[in-house]
Design a protein around this ligand. Structure first.
Ligand code: CP
Length: 319
């Protein structure tokens, strides 16, 4: 029985504000444990967690794998190569196969939006979306919310600019919802060809509204967070801007633009970074950039989610 209001986490909006706060509070306990020399807890001993990644991943796959190991679960990793998926087995049949083996939790990454939902319809275990097409990446948003909350103390009222490939970004799909739900003021900053046609439908019903601009320098000095997105070259079908060089000139953060930011403002990025495109090398390596803090927090946030979905205490106490 989950202590969250949902059995599955397929999208950020599957969670309510209490769920998000519970996950972030629980993650804080796990983050402290992750700093100890001995990082392993017996909490999920005997549970079987499957990492089913059908698209490339470093951060998400490895951090889910580490999270399962630190909670003493039996983690199984499989991808399309080396599995029956490469022989043409359907997602439905794969889900039924995993179900027949009594898996306790499945994390899936897939190039098609909606694939995690298909799993939920064909197996009993909770499913976590590790990124589906251009749709959602809820655990990335949770670790980003964790990072902002730890850094600023609260998310309400923060001015967050999300810069870049809004149109093709699943990170953005989840993060905008979470920030809007928790009361941040979100501005989407991108070439018009990478901006949504109707930004008012983004965000969260009843949450703070989302605005858009294509003029980075006009809003940069006001931002608390410049959240930089990678251009998703693998998902772009037609050229939405003349060249990566021009994109970097108009929308990249470099030394000059870092000087325009508030002294306590931060840069964030979900990774992987295209150095020299959305961030210059100086902007990747500056102390203002919390990229590696985000990666570190990602392990704790994913431990918290596994723990809570598999029946951890509802008060955020780790045992
Ligand atoms: N941020 C993110 O999803 O990175 P990976 O593709 O390496 O998992």
């Amino acid at each position: 029985m989950s202590s969250l209001s949902t059995q599955h986490v397929l999208a950020l909006h599957d969670l309510n504000v209490s769920d998000i706060n519970l996950i972030l509070d629980t993650a804080r306990s796990f983050k402290e444990i992750n700093e100890r020399p001995i990082k392993k807890l017996p909490t999920l001993r005997g549970r079987t967690i499957v990492n089913f990644f059908l698209e490339p991943s470093t951060r998400t796959r490895v951090s889910f794998e580490i999270a399962a190991k630190r909670l003493s679960a039996d983690g199984i990793n499989f991808s399309s190569s080396g599995s029956a998926t490469s022989k043409g087995e359907s997602l439905i049949d794969t889900a039924k196969t995993l179900d027949a083996m009594n898996c306790d939790l499945v994390i899936i990454r897939h190039k098609y939006a909606g694939s995690p939902y298909i799993l939920t319809q064909n197996m009993r275990a909770p499913v976590i979306n590790g990124g589906d097409g251009k749709h959602q990446h809820p655990t990335q948003a949770l670790l980003d919310l964790y990072t902002m909350r730890e850094h600023f103390g609260s998310i309400e009222g923060l001015k967050v600019g999300i810069v870049g490939d809004i149109a093709h970004s699943r990170v953005c799909g989840s993060l905008i919802e979470g920030l809007s739900m928790l009361g941040a003021q979100v501005t989407l900053i991108a070439p018009p060809t990478l901006l949504p046609v109707a930004p008012e439908v983004l965000g969260y019903p009843g949450g703070t509204p989302v605005t858009c601009t294509s003029d980075l320098e006009s809003v940069l000095p006001e931002l608390d967070v410049a959240y930089m997105l990678r251009i998703q070259l693998e998902r772009i079908e037609k050229a939405p801007f003349p060249s990566l060089r021009e994109y970097a000139r108009l929308f990249g953060i470099n030394t000059k633009r870092m000087a325009m930011m508030k002294p306590d403002a931060i840069i964030m990025h979900p990774g992987p970074v295209n150095r020299g495109v959305e961030l210059s090398s100086e902007a990747v390596d500056t102390a203002k950039n919390l990229l590696l803090y985000q990666v570190n927090a990602g392990v704790a946030v994913r431990m918290a989610l596994m723990y809570l979905l598999l029946g951890g205490d509802a008060d955020g106490t780790v045992s």
